[in-house]
Every structure is written in structure tokens, then in C-alpha cells.
Design a protein around this ligand. Structure first.
Ligand SMILES: O=c1[nH]c(=O)c2[nH]c(=O)[nH]c2[nH]1
Length: 314
């Protein structure tokens, strides 16, 4: 961030700063059909290359540039060649290929979103090749590979969760603009975004059961949300992160972001009707946005683990 201090004329040399490029949002759907019972993995795959690409920007020389079209083709081909046992392993294979096999690439980042499908049940029997899209919840993975190692951040987003009691909010600071009444019984709802950084598993392929850890982390977060009597969404987020770190020693940190999806008691008193937390107005905006990182004091350095592609350069 640049501080604006007043009018000045800058005369320094103009140079190319950080740069990266890739193919964003390849919609890759992989069906495994080796048996009559098919499996589906539905992904949104983003590839990003970092390396010796300055000439493309400075002179237009494309000699070092692996086209984004080729990156797209590789993402689709790897879904077939390597399969998609987990989005983490798929992303690691793809990122490693770009770093190991494409000369000018010094670092590759692959970001994957996965959409969940639920097998339909027809006449009491699970159907072999038909599914229904499961809500808006999305599983995510962001993998970075360079010559020195690999970093894996797993996550989820848009997990919409609500509890109708077991939440309060009171004792807050108040000033002349404060109108919010304290409450010891409110609805609490959010659309949770969570990412967790692994310290293990980036080495040997198959050394971490990413799918199993994902299920466990999600289960832990949901359990805390449901069972903790919450004094604030802030407290709930910290306890979620803490429980995840306690359960998984290989996870270094958890980042959580949670919009407070406000549900206000609708004033039925105007009609002489009592409303005891039974009828709410679900407000979609504005919303409180509560965010926290829960981390270990001895967590190893994050390196490029959080350096994003889809977003902006950092
Ligand atoms: O859990 C909450 N945290 C807040 O910081 C806050 N602020 C607010 O108005 N309601 C809430 N609820």
C-alpha cells in the first residue's frame, strides 16, 4: 500500500514488477466409468505459472510462454491420465508437471474448486450414473510447487449453516450510535469460508488421505458451530480453528471468514402477536464479516502457500 503524502513527481525508472499468468476456471468434469457404477468429480481448475516471462511483457517475445490454451489442455488431460482421487493430489501432479517439465517455469500454482454431487436414489436403490448437485458448498485446494518444495492449502467455501438457538451477543461496547439490543438467545447463521494449511503430504504422492482430512475438518467445524454455546461469532470461529488444530497435528493454521447472516426478530407486537424467536426477517445485507486466523506458535513459515492467483498479485 502506498501512503499519499502530497503532490510529488516521481522520475525513477519504470520496470516490470511481479507477474504471473495462466488459465482461469477450466471447468473439468471427470467421470470414472470402469464399472457400471460411475463416479463424478466436478471441478473448476485454475492454473498459474510464475517464472522467466519478462520478455513477453517487455518486448512481446513469446519464446518462453507456454500458452494458457496448452495449460487448459493439460488440466483436462491430467484428469484422464492421473485421475482425480482428490483435488489436492490432482493439483500437485499438475503443478509439478509445469515446474519439472516446462523450462521457464520456476513456480506453479493450481487452484481447484470442487462441486459436490449426490447420487440419486430411485426405488430405494442408489443410481449408477445420475446425481443431484448438492447445495452451493464448494471444496477448494490451492497448491504451489517450486524447486524447493510444495505447499498445500485445502479448504471449503459457501458452507451455509444456521442454528436457531445457542447463540448470544451482549456486553459489547456501546456509544452514542449504538442501538443494537443485547440478546441471550438469537439465531446464528453464516456462509463459512475456511482454508487450512498442511505441513505434511506435499512430498510423497498418496502420503496424506486428503479426502479423509477434508471430511474430518468439515465435521469438526460443523460440530463446534452446533455444540458450542456461542457468545459471538468471533468466539465460534476461534473454537472451530482450535478444534481442527487439536485434531490434526499436521495442520499449521486455519483461516476462517464468516459473514454474519443476520436474522432479525420480526416485530409482530404491532399486531398484538407475541414473537419468541419464531419469525425472523432474513437480511441479506449489510452483514458483519468476521475473520480470523488460528495458528500454532511453532508453525513453519508459510512460504508461497497463501500467494493467490485468482485475486491479485502479491
Ligand atoms: O457475533 C457477533 N459479532 C459481532 O461483532 C457483532 N456485531 C453485531 O452487530 N452483531 C454481532 N454478532
Amino acid at each position: 500500500m502506498t501512503m499519499v503524502t502530497g503532490r510529488s513527481e516521481l522520475t525513477g525508472e519504470i520496470v516490470l514488477g511481479a507477474n504471473q499468468y495462466g488459465k482461469a476456471e477450466n471447468r473439468v468434469v471427470r467421470i470414472t466409468r470402469d464399472t457400471p457404477r460411475h463416479e463424478i468429480r466436478d471441478m473448476n481448475v485454475t492454473t498459474c505459472l510464475r517464472g522467466e516471462f519478462a520478455d513477453a511483457y517487455l518486448t512481446g517475445d513469446q519464446g518462453a510462454v507456454l500458452p494458457t490454451d496448452t495449460q487448459k489442455n493439460t488440466a483436462y488431460s491430467y484428469a484422464k491420465e492421473k485421475g482425480v482421487d482428490s483435488i489436492e493430489d490432482y493439483a500437485l501432479a499438475l503443478a509439478r508437471h509445469f515446474v519439472d517439465d516446462i523450462g521457464p517455469v520456476t513456480s506453479a500454482r493450481v487452484e481447484v474448486e470442487e462441486y459436490a454431487w449426490q447420487r440419486v436414489v430411485v426405488d430405494g436403490t442408489e443410481h449408477d450414473h445420475t446425481w443431484i448437485r448438492q447445495g452451493q458448498e464448494t471444496r477448494t485446494a490451492a497448491v504451489t510447487v517450486d524447486d524447493t518444495g510444495a505447499w498445500v492449502v485445502s479448504g471449503l467455501k459457501d458452507l451455509v449453516i444456521l442454528k436457531s438457538t445457542g447463540s448470544e451477543f451482549s456486553g459489547f461496547l456501546s456509544d452514542g450510535y449504538t442501538t443494537l439490543p443485547p440478546t441471550d438467545d438469537r439465531m446464528m447463521a453464516t456462509s463459512l469460508v475456511m482454508q487450512w494449511r498442511h505441513t505434511a503430504g506435499a512430498g510423497e504422492a498418496g502420503s496424506v488421505d486428503w479426502n479423509d482430512v477434508y471430511r474430518g475438518v468439515r465435521e469438526t467445524a460443523v460440530g463446534v458451530f452446533a455444540n458450542l454455546h456461542s457468545l459471538a461469532l468471533q468466539q465460534t470461529l476461534f473454537q472451530m480453528g482450535k478444534a481442527i488444530l487439536e485434531r490434526y497435528p499436521d495442520i499449521a493454521e486455519v483461516r476462517l471468514s464468516a459473514p454474519n447472516k443476520h436474522h432479525f426478530d420480526y416485530d409482530l407486537g404491532r399486531f398484538g402477536v407475541e414473537n419468541r424467536g419464531e419469525v425472523f426477517h432474513a437480511d441479506d445485507r449489510p452483514y458483519g464479516l468476521i475473520q480470523a486466523t488460528v495458528e500454532r506458535s511453532d508453525a513453519p513459515d508459510a512460504g508461497p502457500a497463501w500467494r493467490p492467483y485468482a485475486g491479485w498479485l502479491s
